[in-house]
Design a protein around this ligand. Structure first.
Ligand code: GLN
Length: 562
């Protein structure tokens, strides 16, 4: 048998400022290498002390992405899974908290055999061990490791030290890509390279020299500046400085990279045996990416929830997977989704505002926690049901459907979820048995029903038609469930549970039959985590189809090419 080539490691680090697309750069590099037949996996390092992202506020830190194995992690992990179409595990995600926790546990188990355990080398060694294990588990040719934050921060120093140690041990297998920002100050009107020169020197101070520089900026980097950066940043080959101007859509980044032959340049540097880019697969990706541009009929989707008053830029991060899932299904149907973020509290203050929902082609209620805005959401669900507006409820959005139906169709006026009102006489959404003890002990971290679980689909339902399957595995993140005591009553009044756990106890999908409503469906799980650019999620696609079919009450609009 042919010997597998050494696994190669590419560290992606950031310079100057954060938020300029390290995650998408990592995903895009992974995509173009995968397109050359290499097996690629990606790792995210988050420098904070939290053990995982599950306890963090999504409006401040972005969406909590859930892996199949139940790990609650950073939204970048979702980007990697979507771009690479791979299934990642908790080995692919680490935080400072996680690394220290393992080292301390090992010390307590006498695994250091009486030696003094020190920050250096033991912390970097633990980091290296995790990176290598993730590579082995994925049987990867290339492992791309994104180091969170920017160079020069205390927080990620030990991760950079780990990377440096790896490079010293295996100089031919470890490489560095720096994603740096080149500002064009308004008053000067030209792109400045100095901050990037400083960032490279700061990285040099950690003993690391970047092999590639991804030059993020508002516009293309010209040859003059490439030459300057090459000279001043020790980048012997100016063509390893890649221009990465702002783009309209993140899917264009990999296409721009390939225009600069980045996959070829990286493969040359790594010394890996790889194939020519797969033309067919690349054509498909380009076609998909082209959907973000150009004229198209739009679909107006109302996203209803709480915290929706904190600004669009925050929301696009907090609900990243939902937004992406909607886009993939809409693009596949040659439509352009336009999302409006509606604060449910507005409906509580002024119920007349519900009428405005008529102008939308569809309504989505994404996952959520706590009582804020819940009454507003329930009134919007009622409006969607009565006015036959396509409705898709994700997790909390499904629980709201059940409460609304119980109140307004079963006549249980005080129906509620225990999460909102534990004193209600009709707790139609109750805490799961397995969660009771955990909540009593304040054991919140990583303790929800998390990750992939199997569900059985009922025949002749909207769900079965969408999936074309009898069994599915979807990812979860919840503590509450439909109270089994109310299932019979709900079903007797026409509510359909079209998906359930294999033992039949837990209701996984709820819907109304097609002759009652064009699309009124909710899932206890989060289908958005399994939507891929070239493989949209079947339930999102069914929802989008229903939105397309809705007779337009608003004038058709199209978005003109910029
Ligand atoms: N708060 C609800 C629960 O814990 C729904 C969770 C969610 O939407 N992810 O069950």
């Amino acid at each position: 048998m042919e010997k597998k080539q050494n696994c190669k490691y590419i560290f992606v680090v950031g310079g100057v400022i954060s938020g300029v697309g390290k995650g998408i750069t990592t995903s895009s590099i992974g995509l173009i290498l995968k397109n050359r037949g290499l097996s690629v996996t990606a790792i995210k390092i988050d420098p904070y002390i939290n053990i995982d992202a599950g306890t963090m506020n999504p409006t401040e830190h972005g969406e909590v992405f859930v892996l199949n194995d139940g790990d609650e992690c950073d939204q970048d992990m979702g980007n990697y899974e979507r771009f690479l179409e791979v299934e990642l595990t908790r080995l692919n995600y680490m935080t400072t908290g996680r690394v220290y926790q393992s080292v301390i546990e090992r010390e307590r188990n006498l695994e250091y055999k009486g030696r003094c355990v020190e920050v250096v080398p033991h912390i970097p060694l633990e980091v290296i061990g995790r990176i290598e294990k993730a590579g082995q588990k994925a049987n990867a040719d290339v492992v791309i490791v994104e180091v969170g934050g920017t160079v020069g921060e205390y927080q990620n120093m030990l991760f950079l030290e780990a990377a440096r140690m790896m490079k010293i041990k295996n100089p031919k297998d470890v490489f560095f890509v720096m994603v740096s920002y080149l500002p064009t100050p308004y008053t000067i009107g030209e792109m400045k390279t100095k901050p990037t020169q400083h960032a490279v020197r700061t990285l040099n101070a950690s003993g690391i020299q970047p092999d590639f520089l991804i030059a993020r900026g508002a516009t293309n980097l010209d040859d003059k500046r490439k030459g300057r950066l090459s000279l001043l940043c020790n980048l012997f080959f100016p063509d390893r400085i890649i221009s990465a101007p702002d783009v309209k859509s993140v899917y264009d980044i990999s296409i721009n990279f390939e225009k600069e032959k980045l996959s070829e340049k990286i493969c040359d540097l790594l010394g890996v045996v790889c194939k020519k880019p797969n033309e067919d697969a690349w054509k498909k990706w380009k076609k998909f990416a082209s959907h973000a541009h150009g004229d198209k009929d739009i679909l107006k989707i109302a996203m209803i929830g709480k915290y929706f008053d904190s600004g669009d830029f925050v929301l696009s991060d907090s609900y990243l997977s939902v937004i992406e899932a909607i886009k993939y299904s809409a693009y596949a149907q040659n439509k352009k989704p336009v999302l409006s973020w509606i604060n449910a509290i507005d409906f509580e203050k002024d119920p007349k505002k519900l009428k405005d929902l008529k102008k939308y082609d569809g309504i989505v209620v994404p996952g959520g926690f706590g009582s804020r805005g819940v009454e507003g959401i329930i009134s919007a669900v009622k409006f969607a049901r009565e006015n036959k507006i396509p409705y898709f409820g994700l997790c909390y959005g499904m629980q709201m459907m059940v409460i609304e139906y119980a109140r307004n169709v079963l006549g249980l006026k005080d129906a509620n979820t225990r999460e909102v009102n534990p004193n209600s006489k009709n707790i139609v959404i109750d805490v799961m048995e397995s969660q009771k003890e955990l909540l009593k002990n304040n054991s919140y971290g990583g303790s929800m029903r998390l990750g992939g679980y199997k569900a059985i689909i009922k025949n002749k339902t909207i769900a079965s038609k969408a999936y074309g399957l009898k069994e599915i595995i979807e990812r979860h993140r919840h503590r509450y469930e439909v109270n089994p005591a109310y299932i019979g009553e709900l079903e007797a009044k026409g509510f359909v549970f079209s998906g359930s756990s294999p033992d039949g106890h837990l209701m996984e999908i709820a819907e109304l039959p097609k002759d009652k409503h064009p699309f009124f469906l909710g899932t206890q799980f989060h289908p958005e985590f399994l939507a891929h650019p070239l493989h949209p999620h079947p339930l999102f696609s069914a929802f989008i189809k229903a939105c397309c079919a809705r007779p337009k009450l608003h004038a058709k609009e199209s978005i003109k090419k910029k």
